[in-house]
Structure formats: C-alpha cells, structure tokens
Design a protein around this ligand. Structure first.
Ligand SMILES: NC(=O)C[C@H]([NH3+])C(=O)NS(=O)(=O)OC[C@H]1O[C@@H](n2cnc3c(N)ncnc32)[C@H](O)[C@@H]1O
Ligand SMILES: [Mg+2]
Length: 430
C-alpha cells in the first residue's frame, strides 16, 4: 500500500506540509500556464494545482491526463478559500497510473446507460455515498442486534420450497433434483430459535417478480429476525427500536451524505418509538375516505400504500390483515378468524412497505390446515412441520428490505440505485 493520505485529511491548518495522495481525476481545467485537477478518492475531493514554473515535467503530465485517470500526486498544502474544500495542493510531482482518454459516462448519460455501465458508474461520489449510507445502516443494525442479545446465523440460499408463494420462485437444477433460490430465510430462522431463541440473518433473497415497480428487485438484501416467546406486539416493538436505531445512528454518522440526497430530515428524525399503528380496517377506511376504490379483504398495492403514507410523517405499522391476502405460516387471530397476526411497517413519503412481519402459527394441526388451504403439500414442508411437534413455542419474526429502507432514507426514486449491481426482470448484466 503506498504511503498516502486521503483527500478529506487535507486541512487548511496543514499549510506548508508536503503530502502524497492517490485517486482519480474528477474534474480538470486549464488556466494560462496552470492545470487545476480536482482529485477524487473514497473520502472525497481535493483541488490540486500544477504550475509550469513549479515543475515543467509535472505540468506537462497533468496537461495530458483525462477524466477518471488514476494518478498519484505529491505537493505542498496551501489554504485557499476559493478551492472547493478551502485548501489545495501545490503539486510538483504526478505519476499517471493509467490515463483515460475518454470516460464513457458524461453529464447527460441516461439512467438506462448508467445501468448498462454500472461497473463504471461506481466511480461516482454520489453512488459511493449511497453505498456508505447502506453500509452504515447495516453497521447500526449490527450494533443494535449485538447489544440486544440477538445471534447472527447463516441460513441456506439453496432451498426446496416456497415461503412467499410459488409464483416468484427461481428454480434451478441441483444435480438430479430441483432446487430454488431462497425467497426468505424465515423458515430456517424458525428452526434456529430452538437453540438460540433470538436470531437474525442478512441474506440475498430472490423473487421472480415480473412487476416492474420502483420498489421491486429480483435479488435484494433481506435482514430477517426471528424470536421465540415473542408475539406480534413484541416483535413490532423490536422492529421500531431496530429501525429507529438504524436511522438515527446513520443520521449521526452519515448526515453529510444524506443531505446530498434530501434537505428535509423531518421524517427521519420522527423515526423514534413508538411508531404509529393503524389496523388494516382503519387503513381501508382511510383509503376509501380518500376516494380509493378498495374493499375490505383486498391487498394494498404500491399505489394504495403511497396514498396511505400521506397520512403520516414517520414510519408506521399496519396490522391485522385479512388471512386471504397473507402467507400460510401466519397465525390466525384468535379474536377474528378472518384475520392473521401480521403487521407491515410502511415508510412515509410514498415509499410504503419496508418490513413484512407476523406471529407464526405454532400449532401443528392448524399449520397443516393452512398449508392445505393454500393448495400446498404438507409433505413438502415435513421438516418445517416438525418444528411444531418437538417443543413448539409461540414465536414471531420479520423481514426488512434493506434497499427499500435505504431508498426511503435517501429519497431515491428507485430501489435499484440502492444496490451495487441491480437485478430486475430486464437486467442481469453487468
Ligand atoms: N422473515 C420474514 O418474516 C420475512 C417474510 N418471510 C417475507 O419475506 N416477507 S415479505 O415478502 O413481505 O418481504 C419482506 C420485506 O422484503 C422486502 N422485499 C420483498 N420483496 C422485495 C422485492 N422484490 N424487492 C425488494 N425488496 C423486497 C420488503 O421490504 C418486504 O417488506
Ligand atoms: Mg410483504
């Protein structure tokens, strides 16, 4: 590793100090016998200036480099309020690691082109900021999970059955058998609670969703928790404490990055417990009062959720969904057999569902009945049903879509910008 410092380390109080930096040419302009290069690295930018009278050789080299060329620069720090970061490097040495004559991404690049060259788009400081925020949100999640006594586990991705419906399974050949890519680690987390009680995992989940919406990917990062002895109300408290910590901690550590995407931080600051809670029944009433054509028993899609979020200035829960629109594993509401003990967390500002969660059916017979009601085969879930035969306990859990949460925090117009290499029905490359 070369002995260098980062752009963000260069401060006006280092005036006169000799420094070495390495990075990429972010901006370049020539004025008379001077070349100004704004150098970019993972920490940010700093202006460097190459004057002919200071070093003819370095000046000649600097004149030749193109945008996004990789370079190593040495020079002396000079405070200058006119420079982008209030300081610049009076450069007298440059090593061109690789010159770039023409970088394909220009200011007017279309979104589709940026996705076609996503491997080059990752040079962008804005993209880097999104990835820093995503990383910090997971750092915060890990901090909270550790202090609250949750065990990380590492479930399989190659599985034999559906969790969230057979229609969105990706099927693959597994030697002489059929396997699927995991839609959710949930069922395996439910097995893990008998030894660890409170478990979590971060895995890629796969959904062969044909819906081309701004919140669907075919591969997304799924943060899932499962806990023994917890009911729906307990797990909702876990959800709001975890999400609140993730958002507030990320506001603390990545405020400057967040503010390059949104100026109004109100809804983020409002993300503190208790989050508002509305029943599905109340949600239907609200939507109908706003002229939305929706009947009790129907699912809320992205459009309905967008309208519902207009009623809130913070993440909120919708709970008590009809059994007919929810998954087989959800526990029937003992007070209303039409409903299940399920709750989604919706993000405000039109973003909608970021978490799906529920209390699980812990009775063997009722779970078999639900599997049959859903047209599935109990024999395909024999191991999962065993969990209800050997010391079954009340338990609950949820799944958080990390890209969806990041998209809300940064007010991105599509979840695809929140992932390194987005996977959608039309995009599998690069
Ligand atoms: N352990 C659990 O209880 C999780 C449960 N089995 C589950 O998968 N629920 S979910 O289908 O609502 O998905 C959970 C979340 O996963 C996200 N999700 C779900 N599907 C997607 C797609 N296609 N793209 C991006 N994000 C997605 C979204 O935020 C959902 O709220
Ligand atoms: Mg859901």
């Amino acid at each position: 590793m070369i002995d260098k410092i980062y752009c963000a380390d260069v401060q006006p109080d280092m005036e006169g100090k000799r420094v070495k930096l390495a990075g990429w040419v972010y901006r370049k302009r020539e004025v008379g016998k001077k070349v100004f290069i704004v150098l970019r690295d993972s920490s940010g930018i700093v202006q460097t200036i190459f004057k002919k009278e200071l070093s003819e050789e370095a000046y000649a080299e600097a004149k030749k480099v193109g945008i996004e060329s990789s370079i190593i620069v040495e020079g002396t720090v000079k405070a200058d309020p006119r420079a982008p970061t209030g300081v610049e490097i009076q450069a007298d040495k440059i090593e061109v690691v690789q010159n770039v004559d023409f970088f394909p991404i220009t200011k007017d690049a279309s979104e589709e082109f940026l996705l076609d060259v996503r491997h080059l788009h990752l040079h962008s400081p804005k993209v880097a900021s999104i990835m820093k925020v995503k990383a910090t949100m997971m750092q915060a999640a890990r901090e909270w999970l550790l202090q609250d006594g949750w065990y990380e586990v590492f479930p399989p991705i190659l599985v034999t059955g559906a969790v969230e419906g057979g229609a969105t399974l990706f099927k693959l050949k597994y030697f002489d058998r059929t396997a699927y890519l995991s839609q959710s680690a949930q069922l395996y987390l439910e097995a893990a609670i008998f030894g660890l009680e409170k478990v979590w995992s971060l895995t890629p989940s796969f959904r062969a969703e044909k819906s081309r919406t701004r919140r669907h990917l075919t591969e997304f990062w799924h943060l899932e928790l499962e806990a023994a002895w917890m009911d729906l109300w307990d797990i909702m408290k876990v959800e709001e404490e975890l999400v609140s910590y993730m958002v507030q901690r990320t506001l603390e550590l990545r405020r400057s990055e967040i503010e390059t995407f949104r100026k109004d931080l109100t809804t983020l600051k409002n993300a503190v417990p208790p989050f508002p809670r509305v029943s599905y029944d109340e949600a239907i009433d609200i939507l109908q009062s706003k002229g939305v054509e929706i009947e009790w028993g129907e699912d809320m899609g992205a459009d309905e959720e967008r309208i519902l979020t207009q009623e809130f200035e913070a993440p909120f829960f919708v709970y008590g969904y009809p059994k007919g629109i929810k998954a087989f594993y959800m526990k029937e509401d003992p007070e209303d057999p039409r409903k299940v003990l399920a709750a989604d967390m919706l993000a405000p500002e039109g973003y909608g569902e970021v978490i799906g969660g529920s209390q699980r059916e812990d009775s063997y017979d009722k779970l078999v009945q639900r599997i049959l009601e859903e047209g599935m085969k109990p024999e395909d879930y024999e191991w999962y049903l065993d969990l209800r035969k050997y010391g079954s306990v009340p338990h609950s859990g949820f799944g958080l879509g990390l890209e969806r949460l990041v998209a809300w925090v940064l007010k991105l117009d599509h979840v695809r910008w929140a992932t390194l290499f987005p996977r959608t029905p039309s995009r599998l490359y690069p």
